[in-house]
Design a protein around this ligand. Structure first.
Ligand code: ADP
Ligand code: MG
Length: 396
């Protein structure tokens, strides 16, 4: 995969249309978490320093092609100005006269933010005329929103066909990390897939089996595999109708030389409650009302030795109900081990997924991982081996 980056662009005096992800958490018109704003800073700074004009394009929420005042991007301006230490001019529309006037007033190094793209139906429809109307305000296009790259929208895909297209700094970092984890990883490469359901991660598991040397399966989805192998799972969460699918995955892994690591012991309790009595059991040894809520210590120890024996780790999905301690123990121990190896330069450790990111923060180790993707759906589709239209459009 090759794509042009900002290093390939001549930016001085140019209007750069920069697609960012500013779909930030907001409460009462206030930004409550500025992680996504921070993620855009390297690209904005780089263009400004090179003497370019930054025209930011973003969506917020789901206005479905209509102007919904409560879904304006205006509340983002203040926090962004603070982070940048520079003014940000806001345009009340992303196309037409409002946008044209604001962009025409920009001097080299200035920054503008245009109103919510999704106020126009043409955005999600990837309408060619809408893409042209956006392109009227730019000399080049920079996509810095990996998290929106699984959608073929006008600002994530269409624009790349109208203007010279470049990957922004965050996009480049994400693509490099994903390439190091799954595209061209250093071997042996180990995967960890957990979470609640097998059903939502079938394609992902199949793709990982094709690419990895070893794959550990944990979380609620492991119960379905244990059930398929004939173990009693008592009151555990389990997709029993997927037992045959689980068996076919076991075969698929054997055919493709991917060693599957299923749980060898379990942590059980009757209820998911904080501080609940957690018992370590052998497989299948549960009372009628008990549920499997975490990986057992032997399972975790085998996983951490597999990490020691690997050069690369790709992780999606917690090993247990980490939101409710003590059922966070397995996930936290494994996360700490991976983070320590990554920090010591012994393991490329890449993780992603909404709950996975939360679990790594809960364990206090997110910063020690090589890369943690907050891209959600785009990250999962990429793990499934799908072509992301927003990334494909950037390829030279
Ligand atoms: P991600 O968002 O990282 O892709 P998922 O959404 O697939 O992860 O799964 C996360 C959820 O899986 C968490 O809410 C966690 O409580 C749940 N989970 C993990 N292990 C179990 C288990 N043994 N039983 C029930 N739920 C589980
Ligand atoms: Mg989730």
């Amino acid at each position: 995969m090759t794509f042009k980056t900002l290093d390939d662009a001549s930016l001085a005096g140019q209007r750069a249309l920069v697609r960012v992800d500013f779909n930030v958490p907001m409460a009462d018109g206030q930004v409550t978490d500025d992680t996504r704003l921070r993620a855009a800073l390297p690209t904005i700074d780089k263009i400004r320093k090179a003497g370019g004009k930054v025209v930011l394009l973003a969506h917020f929420d789901r206005p479905k092609g209509k102007r919904v005042p409560s879904m304006s991007l205006k509340p983002v301006v203040g926090p962004l100005e603070k982070l940048l230490g520079a003014p940000v001019v806001f345009a009340d529309d992303c196309i037409g006269e409002d946008a044209a006037k604001v962009v025409a007033g920009l001097k080299d190094g200035d920054v503008a933010l245009l109103e919510n793209l999704r106020f126009h139906a043409g955005e999600e429809a990837n309408d060619a005329d809408f893409a042209k109307a956006l392109a009227a305000n730019g000399d080049l296009y920079v996509n810095d929103a990996f998290s929106a790259a699984h959608r073929a929208h006008a600002s994530t895909e269409g624009l790349a066909h109208v203007l010279p297209a470049y990957a922004g700094e965050s996009m480049r970092r994400e693509l490099d990390a994903l390439d190091a984890a799954l595209g061209n990883p250093q071997r042996p490469v180990l995967g960890v897939v957990g979470g609640s359901k097998v059903s939502t991660k079938l394609e992902l598991i199949r793709n990982l089996i094709l690419k990895l040397d070893r794959l550990a399966i944990g979380g609620g989805m492991a119960n379905t595999f244990l059930f398929a192998q004939g173990y009693d799972v008592a009151a555990s969460y389990c997709e029993k109708d997927l037992a045959d699918t689980a068996k076919s995955i076991l075969d698929f892994a054997a055919q493709n030389d991917c060693e599957l690591l299923l749980p060898i012991d379990i942590v059980v309790a009757e209820k998911i409650e904080p501080g609940g009595a957690a018992r370590v059991r052998d497989l299948g040894q549960l009372d009628e009302h008990e549920r499997i809520l975490d990986a057992g210590p032997k399972t975790v120890a085998r996983l951490t030795s597999a990490m020691d024996a690997s050069k690369t780790l790709i992780w999606n999905g917690p090993l247990g109900v980490f939101e409710t301690p003590p059922f966070d123990a397995g996930t936290t121990a494994a996360a700490k081990h991976a983070a320590a190896l990554a920090k010591a330069g012994k393991l490329v450790a890449v993780a992603g997924g909404g709950d996975t990111v939360a679990a790594l923060h809960h364990a206090g180790v997110a910063d020690d991982f090589t890369f943690v993707s907050t891209a959600g759906g785009a990250f999962l589709e990429w793990m499934e081996g799908k072509t992301l239209p927003g990334v494909a459009a950037l390829e030279r």
